[in-house]
Write a protein that binds this ligand. Structure first.
Ligand code: PGA
Length: 250
């Protein structure tokens, strides 16, 4: 059985004081049968390590550069992340694909670097509104999954997480319906089956992301191929984020 996973993506939010306050509020969370992960900005990762080490909360980064070290001004290596206790790293978020021009090939290298460092990648995939209207959802998502995971191996599948985040639902206040999300997450699992076989397809976790909150998390979690959620806005509100996690535990 796959263990539910609730992951928070703070995006570019939270200065030092705000991050501290949020970590302190989250530290009250009670452990249970689901994983809870926060991905604050790089600047708050050391504070996450300090504040969350004695809690059930894990932490990760929102991005990484796929090289060990060197002349990459402004970038952060996988080992820098693991040295701060990061176990997770978001790869290929649509905001980075769209605003920063990240390609499937670059994202594939990041996924490989994250796995090589012993961390767990959360590979984000999803179609734009135009692509959905044009009937291209399945082909876009399939391409992003296949390209992103091209260098991963079947025996790494237990560490793989794919987050289906339709671009039109992110930060929109209007999520996909659970049925729409399940349809695509089902395709993603079939894709994992074709890439890595049955065992891997049934052990990898698939999340839904895009306007998830305490009002709709239960609907998503009741779908057979949705194992949790990647949460932006609501992960900045400690009470709501904990309540989402409590639903996932139950
Ligand atoms: P949202 O963002 O929950 O604010 O829609 C989700 C994400 O971008 O990961």
């Amino acid at each position: 059985m796959r263990r539910p996973l609730i992951a928070g993506n703070w995006k570019m939010n939270g200065d030092a004081a705000e991050a501290d306050a949020l970590f302190r509020a989250l530290a009250a969370v009670r452990p249970g049968g689901a994983d809870l992960v926060v991905c604050p900005p790089f600047t708050a990762l050391a504070a996450a390590q300090q504040s969350l080490s004695d809690t059930c909360i894990q932490w990760g980064a929102q991005n990484v550069y796929p090289a060990a070290s060197g002349a990459y001004t402004g970038e952060i290596s996988p080992a820098m992340l693991t040295s701060l206790g990061c176990r997770w790293c978001i790869c290929g978020h649509s905001e980075r694909r769209q605003l920063l021009g990240e390609t499937d090939d670059f994202i594939r290298r990041k996924v490989r670097a994250v796995l090589d460092a012993g961390m767990m990648p959360i590979l984000c995939v999803g179609e734009t509104a135009d692509e959905r209207r044009g009937g291209r959802t399945a082909s876009v998502v399939q391409r992003e999954v296949e390209e992103g995971l091209r260098d991963a191996a079947a025996d790494e599948a237990a560490r793989l997480v794919v987050a289906y985040e339709p671009v039109w639902a992110i930060g929109a206040g209007q999520a996909a319906t659970a049925a729409e999300a399940q349809e695509v997450c089902g395709w993603i699992r079939e894709c994992l089956f074709r890439l890595f076989g049955q065992d891997a397809a049934s052990s990898a976790r698939i999340l839904y992301g895009g306007s998830v909150g305490q009002g709709n998390i239960a609907d998503f979690l009741s779908e057979p191929d949705i194992d949790g959620a990647l949460i932006g806005g609501a992960s900045l509100r400690a009470d709501e984020f904990i309540s989402i996690y409590d639903t996932a535990k139950a």
